[in-house]
Structures are given as structure tokens and as C-alpha cells.
Design a binder for this molecule. Structure first.
Ligand SMILES: *Cc1c(COP(=O)(O)O)cnc(C)c1O
Length: 226
């Protein structure tokens, strides 16, 4: 068995059934994705549209669920809407409007997560709670027919301090609970909490994650020079 399939099998044996494993294949070659696919993996995450597109094209014959997990520019939405499974990184009303518009054109409904800024670092994208409330209360959002908000996403600070990471994940869970109570109480589709990467996934699961985004621990170190 290859190391990639071993890693995937290992992860699946450790995870509760209700937690979805997303294999983050950014910078990895097509062969690595195929290998993961053949060991049963179906959900893959990419952080850049320009990298996801050619991979999607080359692997069209496989029933892969593609997750866009990185920052998404409005002008790139049209390229991914036809095939994307879930957009994890919605961080503005303007972006949501464009996803809605393109989805309408393709006669589909696109599933999205609201991305929150939970880390102390100020480099990471994302909303705060009041900005999300503003979006959800807007007339523009209420009129949207072609997007479905399924939950929240966040990235913890890159630190050795696992108590800090835990606090940040806990704050995302709290945001999820508050939104559920105030906006999605009767909406069973609002159920996802996308949090946890290679370095912090155990804590994320303990704090209520439903989707892990794992790159390095499945595929090995990334090579950005290729
Ligand atoms: C790269 C990336 C991951 C995976 O990171 P690893 O540490 O390699 O598991 C998860 N989420 C996002 C948004 C990423 O860009």
C-alpha cells in the first residue's frame, strides 16, 4: 500500500463517522490525487481557483467532490460554480451575491460556508460575528435563491500553544451555535463546522468540527517551487 493510502486509511480509522475528511491537494500532482481517490477518498480541497480548474478538468471522469477552501476573488467565481461541491471561504456579501448570480445562470444551488476570523494573526481572512449578522439580515441576502449557507469555517492561529488553538476553535463553535439559534433554527442544512488541519485536527474534533481539511498529514510536505 502507498503512503498516501495508508495515511487516509489511518485517518479514517481515527475519525468519528460524522466528521468528513477533506484531502487538501494544493501543490500536489494529479497522480497523488488519483492515488488518494483509489483508496476511497472522494472529497478534495484546493485553495486557488487557478490550480483547482486544471485538476478538475483532468479528473473530470472521477466522482470527486471539490472544495474551495482558500480566499475567493469575485471575478473567479464563474469558473468554479459549475462543478464546485462547497465553497468554504465566503467572507463578504459581494462574494455571496456573485456566487448567487453565477449559480442562477447555471441553474444550480451552491453550498457555502461563512468564513470567520478566529485567529489572533491579522493575516487571515474572514468575518466577525457582527459582519455575518449584517449579511444575513440584508435584503440582498434574503432575496438570494441560488446559494445555501451550510455552516462556518475558520483557521486557528499557527502556534504551539494548543490552549490558544482550543479557545479559537471553541469561539467558532460558539459562533455556529449563535447563528443556528438566530438565523437557521429550523434549517437542518445549516450543520457544518469546517475546522482543523494537520497540526490541530484532534482539538478541532474535540471542539465540534464536522469537516477536517488535511494536507500535509496525507500527502506529505508541500513543494511550492514546482
Ligand atoms: C493548506 C490548507 C489546509 C491544510 O493544511 P495542512 O497543515 O497541510 O493540513 C487547510 N485549510 C486551508 C484553508 C489551507 O489553505
Amino acid at each position: 500500500m502507498s503512503i498516501i493510502s495508508e495515511n487516509i486509511k489511518h485517518f479514517k480509522s481515527l475519525l468519528p463517522d460524522k466528521v468528513l475528511l477533506i484531502a487538501v491537494s494544493k501543490t500536489q500532482p494529479i497522480e497523488a490525487i488519483e492515488e488518494a481517490y483509489h483508496s476511497g477518498q472522494r472529497d478534495f480541497g484546493e485553495n486557488k481557483v487557478q490550480e483547482m480548474l486544471p485538476k478538475y478538468e483532468q479528473l473530470k471522469h472521477l466522482d470527486i467532490n471539490w472544495h474551495l477552501i482558500g480566499h475567493l476573488q469575485t471575478n473567479k467565481v464563474k469558473y468554479i460554480v459549475p462543478f464546485v461541491k462547497l465553497i468554504h471561504s465566503v467572507d463578504s456579501l459581494k462574494l455571496l451575491q456573485e456566487i448567487n448570480k453565477q449559480s442562477l445562470k447555471h441553474n444550480k444551488i451552491t453550498d457555502c460556508l461563512l468564513q470567520f476570523h478566529i485567529a489572533e494573526e491579522d493575516t487571515k481572512f474572514g468575518l466577525d460575528y457582527s459582519e455575518a449578522v449584517q449579511i444575513l439580515n440584508s435584503e440582498e441576502y434574503k432575496a438570494m435563491q441560488s446559494v445555501r449557507i451550510c455552516g462556518v469555517m475558520g483557521m486557528a492561529t499557527f502556534t504551539e500553544d494548543m490552549e490558544q488553538v482550543r479557545r479559537e476553535f471553541r469561539s467558532l463553535k460558539q459562533i455556529f451555535d449563535n447563528l443556528k439559534e438566530n438565523f437557521f433554527k429550523t434549517n437542518s442544512g445549516f450543520k457544518e463546522i469546517s475546522m482543523g488541519m494537520s497540526g490541530d485536527w484532534q482539538i478541532a474534533v474535540e471542539e465540534g468540527s464536522t469537516m477536517l481539511r488535511i494536507g500535509t498529514s496525507i500527502f506529505g510536505e508541500r513543494n511550492y517551487n514546482k
